[in-house]
Design a protein around this ligand. Structure first.
Ligand SMILES: [Zn+2]
Ligand SMILES: [Zn+2]
Length: 409
């Protein structure tokens, strides 16, 4: 690669991010101690506002959710780039033994959103020192309610993409930390990146009775078992293996004791897909199979399919650019190819439905653990390696600087 002033400037980004490391870690640990759940995170919001206070940013807060948007104007005219960090924690009790563990029983930053906030705030600080290299503006999006609360959708409804009048968001990027990738690595791919999610609840209704006389009752349990099995057959027989789906029944609830036929049996589960068309098809299959099996046994059934997040689809061009930028920062060894999507789900998908953009994973497996065996995100034991933070801060900044690079004249 030929030398260019832009490359030299990029190389300095990592150094600048390292100089911010004490600040990033301190902010992250303060957030980690005080996790909040859902769409209203007043303490977290206050911490973010305080952290951004000394920067020259146009800051505003959400009206329906406790979000923060901060706009950094570059010195040159140009488009608007969005960077996002989500803010919320999960309902579980931490058991890591870290000295900055959650002080709130039943709440833990087990998905690393505390690290996202800290890295994004430091990226805002870093980019504030580089306004002369920015043709356009960066919006820093601090978002509550990612963990099942559709926080990004609320922010879109509040006008996220038109935050700056006459300069709608034209590209977008988000990072997600992961304890099961080697620390300091960046992973992304074009096309499907994360899955769609829908919740399934199927209740089979029969007639309760004495376990010794099933012919006087109508037992919902065997039919519910058939439905659970038929759903797995459906996945292998009706879904294209190259456009896959996962259906998992996670709970099966029926009955009270050994000698009673219960009146109902309830299955709850989740379905994941990587395309809108397979998502629609699998939803139809689930409904038809449950209704068909129940009808075959003269049983009633209700099928509730609650939509979760859509498929997170990375724009192919943006994802390639993110990979190139990350390789420029870190070298190719730390940006391995990501051959397959992951079947988790993300509400960043709502933003990527409207704006070309991408998400990438930041590896943060602690150095003494094997990424394959490390407690994953959402575990009460998950630990993220903080030495990955400068990579995250620099990647956020580098992606924005690349998107908003002044055109040479
Ligand atoms: Zn997450
Ligand atoms: Zn999560």
């Amino acid at each position: 690669m030929a030398y260019s002033p832009i490359m030299e400037s990029q190389a300095k980004l990592l150094t600048q991010a390292e100089q911010l490391q004490d600040r990033t870690v301190d902010l992250r640990r303060r957030l980690h101690r005080r996790p909040e759940l859902g769409l209203q995170l007043p303490e977290t919001q206050a911490v973010i506002l305080a952290e951004l206070e000394d920067l020259d940013l146009d800051v505003r807060t959400g009206t329906t959710v406790s979000s923060v948007l901060a706009v950094l104007e570059g010195e040159l005219p140009g488009p608007t780039h969005l960077l996002r960090g989500d803010m919320d924690a999960l309902p579980l009790t931490e058991d890591t033994g870290l000295d900055f563990s959650s002080e709130i029983p039943g709440a833990m930053h087990a998905c690393g959103h505390d690290t996202h906030v800290a890295m994004l705030a430091s990226a805002a600080r870093l980019l504030s020192s580089r306004r002369s290299e920015i043709a356009g503006r960066v919006i820093f999006m601090f978002q509550p309610g990612e963990e099942g609360f559709h926080g990004a959708r609320y922010m879109l409804e509040e006008g996220l993409l038109s935050t700056v009048e006459d300069a709608p968001v034209s590209s977008a990027f988000a990072l997600h930390i992961s304890s099961t990738f080697a620390s300091g690595t960046v992973h992304t791919r074009g096309g499907p990146f994360l899955a769609s999610e829908d919740r399934i609840e199927i209740t089979v209704s029969g007639r309760g009775g004495h376990a010794s006389a099933p012919h006087h009752a109508n037992d919902p349990i065997p039919a519910a078992c058939e439905i659970a099995l038929a759903l797995q057959t459906m996945v292998t027989r009706r879904v294209d293996v190259f456009d896959p789906a996962v259906v998992t029944i996670g709970t099966f609830a029926a009955g009270t004791t050994h000698n009673i036929i219960p009146p109902t049996a309830t299955l709850r589960g989740t379905m994941r897909t990587l395309s809108a068309s397979t998502r629609t098809a699998v939803r139809d299959h689930v409904r038809r199979i449950a209704e068909g099996v129940a009808a075959a046994h003269d049983l009633g059934v209700t099928v509730e399919l609650t939509p979760g997040y859509p498929v997170t689809v990375n724009d192919a061009t943006v994802a390639t650019t993110v990979r190139d930028v990350a390789e420029g920062l870190l070298g190719p060894d730390l940006v391995p190819p990501m051959d397959f999507p992951i079947m988790g789900a993300e509400d960043w998908s709502y933003v990527l439905e409207q704006v070309p953009g991408a998400m990438a994973f930041l590896g943060a497996c602690p150095p003494d653990l094997d990424p394959v065996a490390a407690p994953p995100n959402h575990s009460n034991l998950v630990v993220f390696d903080e030495t990955s933070f400068p990579t995250g801060v620099a990647t956020y900044a580098a992606v924005a600087l690349d998107a908003l690079a002044p055109t040479p004249n």
